[in-house]
Design a protein around this ligand. Structure first.
Ligand SMILES: Cc1cc2nc3c(=O)[nH]c(=O)nc-3n(C[C@H](O)[C@H](O)[C@H](O)COP(=O)(O)OP(=O)(O)OC[C@H]3O[C@@H](n4cnc5c(N)ncnc54)[C@H](O)[C@@H]3O)c2cc1C
Length: 274
């Protein structure tokens, strides 16, 4: 997409001063990093992945997940930003909730000691991690599978979503998962990003499936989730969170839970800042 500066000029009176005043950071970045004065020339803009709104379910105060002793903060944690993170809020989230997570993890460690290590589990994970080296080499690489996963998710579960395309994405994930099981990782264990990508693939598939299934389930548009086939907000969905969990058979299950009621002291802070 190209923003046509002539069009902007037509639309905005006193455009140069307006851009410098209203978009100072944008103006500065283009000028410093690309040598482009966006008050004079067109700038190229394009969509990119900016933030993952869902994530590991944590307690809002301690940041502990539903797995005791596992703490999460920042972009991997879910719930704080609702359907759309506002610009700038991620970095304050990291500072505030990173501190809380660290403090509560330290308290937990003091209270619970080191815990026991299940050697069988460790051995199983080591075997799983080294397995890509044992595959027949010369197959397609992990990078190719990662690239195709990215492309497929961008096309089918991207900015504008429909039920039909998201269902196609879930189907396509089966094929990509099979390819991820056989793709090769040449080289050895030292400094081998191809191997790391092979290890990442399993996690990427899980996240892609959780996003696709939740997005199909949420039959409305809200925040960054926009559905062409359900373009409006539905007030009933406004009070619902979707929780994704692995069931006993290993498949992904989704359930609906009411959004927790806001505590009175938080409501009061919002009132005070209105
Ligand atoms: C283009 C862009 C612009 C943004 N602009 C802003 C902004 O202006 N203001 C704002 O507040 N936010 C902004 N954000 C969002 C913000 O930058 C991120 O949300 C934030 O940096 C996330 O921090 P984090 O520590 O939670 O995760 P990350 O910074 O993603 O850190 C996770 C770390 O874990 C490592 N890791 C991953 N897997 C493994 C593994 N298996 N083992 C070991 N390590 C692993 C990764 O290498 C990484 O270093 C922007 C994001 C993007 C993409």
């Amino acid at each position: 997409v190209y923003l046509d500066i002539a069009w902007i000029r037509e639309k905005i009176k006193d455009s140069e001063a307006h851009i410098k005043r209203k978009l100072p950071s944008m103006y500065h970045q283009f000028k410093e990093l690309a040598g482009i004065d966006i008050t004079q020339e067109a700038m190229e803009v394009g969509p990119t992945t900016h933030y993952v709104m869902g994530g590991i379910r944590v307690d809002g105060d301690t940041q502990m997940s539903t797995a005791p002793g596992l703490f999460a903060a920042g972009e991997c944690a879910g719930g704080l930003h609702g359907a759309n993170r506002l610009g700038g809020n991620s970095l304050s989230d990291l500072v505030v909730f990173g501190k809380r997570a660290g403090e509560h993890a330290a308290v937990f460690a003091k209270e619970h000691g080191q815990g026991t290590i299940n050697q069988e589990q460790v051995d199983r994970e080591v075997r799983r991690a080294l397995e890509p080296f044992e595959r027949e080499q010369g197959q397609e690489t992990s990078y190719q599978v990662q690239h195709d996963l990215q492309k497929m998710m961008q096309e089918k579960v991207g900015i504008v979503r429909t039920h039909k395309e998201m269902a196609q994405a879930i189907e396509a994930l089966d094929g990509l998962r099979s390819r991820a099981m056989t793709c090769s990782s040449p080289g050895n264990r030292e400094f081998n990003p191809g191997w790391h990508t092979a290890l990442d693939l399993g996690n990427l598939m899980t996240i892609a499936e959780a996003i696709s299934r939740s997005a199909i389930e949420r039959t409305e548009s809200r925040g960054a989730h926009f559905r062409e086939d359900k373009p409006d907000k539905d007030p009933d969905w406004g009070g619902v969170n979707l929780i994704v969990k692995k069931d006993e058979s290993g498949s992904m299950q989704i359930r609906r839970e009411p959004v927790p009621e806001m505590r009175d002291e938080l409501k009061q802070i919002i009132e005070e800042n209105k």
